[in-house]
Design a protein around this ligand. Structure first.
Ligand SMILES: Cc1ncc(C[n+]2csc(CCOP(=O)(O)OP(=O)(O)O)c2C)c(N)n1
Ligand SMILES: [Mg+2]
Length: 822
């Protein structure tokens, strides 16, 4: 179904000029007097108060880090503390107009933003809601600690709770907002709309766009603010996130209430440095960061530079920008100019900037300057401001004492419970849908053309007479995946899918053909060629509570989403202390025929990373059942599909692939052919060469091989494999991954440990060569072939009578190849 946007050559070939509009820079110039219509005296003072709390919190941390002491209280904190002393006005200004429905994401330097947003939420929530949040969060552990020692109004109590929860998180205590598993650079508290902060520079750049998508697709209230540093403008995920957030399709193709721009502000906390690199004059070339917005879209992202040293200027900007987002005219770029007086980290010797520069900014210190504005205008007497500062010191002293007391604030118990963190890696839930509701679809499922055509397909590879079914009539592996996917789209209203060529094209390999007819744009759409953001946005969408299928067109492109797949997707469930779930399935297609950069099986790389489930089906029956399980779960699943077998029919279940719903639990290997003399364990498409090898072994050498299809790499139940090995005493493992560092080696090692006494020979791994993948015509020299398996058995496991090896599996060659690094 082509889009109706015809591109007219007469139009686009016309000569013209691109005109840029003006980008405001530090245009705010109102006095306190003029602002009195927008703020009460209490509001003005609260802004001061919030800045002071943040300053004192970080001053305390700075002293703890540099002198191991604050107000005579000693403590050693070996972990990180990236302070934002100097940046308080930016944080408070940012949070002032945000509601708890508005989500903020941040960076490694986000303590100030957490506290600012928390204080803003405490001010806005009614007391009952506030108390109930504190009481129910992780069973009220943190509340009990602060409540026992403070009798006062709920909002004041909530301040104690906020400071204690944040500090306990930084000091890795169980009462921390994330059970101490996130720490300084990752801490967050979702009930106040504070979403993950990210130790990877620019990491929030695409994740936050996923949160904005979640709001838009699921009609949720609120906006998203992505707080990141100026130097993160050099990061791929930030550019990709911006591209993703500013796609034309939101305004041109999405329909009804879903039409319009994404509700997101990229708020660059522009302190002019990235560690020691100066972003103006050295490491970037934008001059004024806000300029970048000009190139992104005709609206120039409504970009603006705002003076982040004046809280009122930032509040004003956020008020105006939030309106733009609510009018569905996002995204917005804000360049919030500020300065970090503290070092990048407490060990920073500030060798990259002059003393004069720091002193000049200190002279303009926002807390002093704003305090002066309040006292000069008569809004607050200097004594009141002093009292606020003194109270902040007292409060922080109190909170510090509570937090560092091992009795009051212990760490999670890893002696009594060795697997305490391990259990948090996955949420392991089984949910039909992430939310109640009626899914947005365009037609009843039975009217879908692909669904109808699948009704007429043969669900087993042979017909009743035992003849192979033609490809045109065959229910293929790709059809199994399709059935699981479309079924879930009709069950779970939150499910959305995106990736390159996901829509009109029908998926690059025809897995999604038929979905375009079934689904509106907001549930299935083409993404930019931004593999980082394809996964990153899925992460943001998932952590907000939506289920998503992201697609990476070729496994080789996983490299482009390395940070998202290795650092973000697997970690947020545990780093949140299990507050977050991650119902994200990443479909990854493993290619062939296209050479070195389009044919790699990188399942081993992914299986190495704790926190990911890794699936690699090889049959239509398994593909459907495993996809159903992946989509029923709440954990991140990397779902590998081999392009070599997308069109294969079901060969193992004579009754064919069921039309209805069924699940195959993740982690259960499957015996595809039973045998007594030798076990062959395969991953992915290598099942088929292994089966061929097993036929030859029986025919020519009288050896009966048991062929087991791993189906899943992580998790993995070794029992069926061990049972087989106990019977056969021998095992060979085969997959298309290059053999060095392959996950098969991990499996071989585990099998050796668990079944050493039952083995007649060491487990043998047959993987692909440690080469580039050559052209299709030479692929047989790269990927495991049936005769490689037989040669390896002969040479390394059991001599086969009369067998002559074609492959040199000698020890000498193995030593030589390893010596050469091949
Ligand atoms: C991907 C990545 N590269 C490098 C680092 C090391 N690092 C931590 S903070 C930082 C500077 C970031 O500057 P900016 O984004 O402007 O934020 P700021 O520290 O100024 O708040 C660097 C290079 C990192 N954490 N992540
Ligand atoms: Mg910076």
């Amino acid at each position: 179904m082509p889009k109706s946007h015809n591109i007219n050559p007469k139009e686009v070939r016309k000569p013209q000029f691109i005109e840029f509009g003006r980008i405001p820079v530090n245009q705010y110039n109102r006095s306190i007097e003029e602002e009195r219509i927008s703020f009460t005296p209490d509001d003005f003072v609260r802004i001061y108060h919030d800045m002071v709390i943040i300053r004192e919190f970080e001053t305390m941390l700075n002293l703890i880090k540099t002198t191991n002491e604050y107000k005579g209280i000693g403590y050693n904190h070996p972990g990180p503390a990236h302070l934002s002393i100097g940046q308080e006005a930016s944080a408070v200004g940012m949070a002032y107009n945000l509601d708890t429905d508005d989500f903020i994401f941040g960076s490694h330097r986000s303590h100030g933003e957490i506290l600012a947003k928390g204080l803003s939420a405490i001010h806005k929530l009614d007391e009952d809601t506030l108390y109930s949040i504190m009481k129910t969060y992780f069973g009220g552990g943190a509340l009990k600690v602060v409540e026992k020692r403070f009798m006062g109004p709920v909002r004041e109590l909530a301040k104690h709770f906020l400071l204690y929860g944040a500090l306990a998180e930084i000091f890795a205590r169980e009462n921390g907002f994330n059970k101490g598993l996130g720490g300084s650079m990752h801490a967050f508290f979702t009930p106040f709309g504070i979403y993950p902060n990210n130790a990877i520079v620019g990491g929030s750049g695409d994740i936050s766009v996923g949160a904005a998508l979640f709001k838009k697709i699921n009609r949720k209230r609120g906006i998203v603010v992505c707080n990141i540093g100026d130097a993160s403008m050099g990061c791929g995920p930030v550019w990709e996130g911006i591209a993703f957030s500013s796609m034309d399709q939101y305004k041109t193709l999405w329909e009804g209430e879903h039409k319009g721009g994404l509700p997101i502000i990229f708020n660059f906390m522009n302190n002019l440095y990235g560690m020691g690199g100066q972003t103006v004059g050295e490491t970037m070339g934008y001059g004024i960061l806000a300029r970048v917005g000009a190139g992104v879209n005709p609206e120039m992202m409504h970009a603006e530079r705002v003076d982040g040293y004046n809280p009122l200027a930032v509040i004003d900007a956020f008020r105006r920008k939030k309106e733009i987002l609510l009018e569905k005219k996002g995204p917005v770029l804000l360049d919030t100019l500020t300065y970090r007086i503290s070092g990048h980290s407490p060990s920073d010797a500030s060798s990259y900037r002059s003393k004069e520069e720091i002193e000049a900014w200190q002279k303009e210190d926002s807390i002093i300057a704003y305090g002066k504005m309040l006292s000069d205008s008569g809004v607050a007497k200097p004594e009141l401001l002093e009292e606020i500062r003194n109270e902040a010191e007292e409060l922080l002293t109190h909170i510090l004492k509570l937090t560092i007391d091992d009795e009051i604030s212990p760490r999670i118990d890893l002696i009594g419970d060795q697997d305490g963190i391990g259990r948090m890696m996955f949420s392991n839930q089984s949910l039909d849908k992430m939310e109640e509701g009626i899914p947005d679809v365009l037609m009843p499922i039975h009217e879908n053309p692909r669904v109808k055509s699948l009704n007429n397909k043969e669900r087993f590879y042979k017909d009743k007479e035992g003849k192979p079914v033609s490809k045109a009539k065959l229910f293929q592996l790709r059809d199994g995946i399709f059935e699981a996917v479309i079924d879930r789209f009709y069950k779970d209203p939150t499910l959305a899918a995106w990736g390159e060529e996901n829509r009109d094209w029908g998926g690059a390999f025809a897995v999604y053909r038929g979905l375009t007819e079934a689904l509106p744009y907001h549930r299935l759409f083409n993404s930019p060629i931004s593999e980082g953001a394809i996964v990153g946005t899925a992460i943001g969408y998932g952590m907000c509570g939506g289920r998503v299928i992201a697609e990476i067109m070729y496994c080789d492109f996983l490299g482009r989403s390395g940070d998202e797949v290795f650092n973000q997707l697997p970690k947020w469930q545990a780093m949140s202390g299990n507050i977050l779930k991650m119902p994200v399935v990443v479909r990854v297609s493993v290619g062939s025929k296209y050479g070195a950069q389009h044919s790699q099986d990188w399942s081993s790389l992914v299986a190495h990373i704790p926190g990911l489930k890794v699936v690699f089906p090889a049959t239509p029956y398994d593909a459907k059942g495993l996809m159903n399980s992946a989509l029923q779960g709440t954990d991140p699943v990397i779902f590998f599909e081999s392009q070599r077998i997308y069109d294969i029919g079901e060969m193992f279940h004579a009754e064919g692939v069921p039309e209805g719903y069924y699940e195959i639990p993740l982690g259960e290997p499957d015996i595809k052919k039973s045998g007594d003399d030798l076990t062959i364990l395969t991953v992915g498409a290598t099942l088929y060469p292994a089966l061929k090898a097993s036929e030859t072994l029986l025919r020519e050498y009288g050896l009966s091989a048991e062929v087991i299809d791993a189906r899943t790499l992580v998790p993995f139940n070794y029992e069926p494999v061990l049972k087989s090995v106990r019977k056969t005493g021998k095992i060979l493992l085969a997959s298309d991954a290059s053999s060095r560092g392959s996950f098969l080696k991990e499996m071989a090692q585990t099998i050796t440990e668990l079944a050493f006494d039952d083995l007649d020979a060491p487990p043998v791994v047959v993987g692909s060569q440690n080469w580039i993948i050559p052209a299709h015509e030479m692929e047989n020299f790269f990927f495991p072939q049936p005769h490689w398996i037989i040669d390896a058995i002969h040479k390394k496991i059991v001599p086969l009578q009369g067998h002559i090896c074609r492959i040199d599996y000698s020890e000498n060659r193995s030593l030589k190849l390893n010596r050469e690094g091949v």
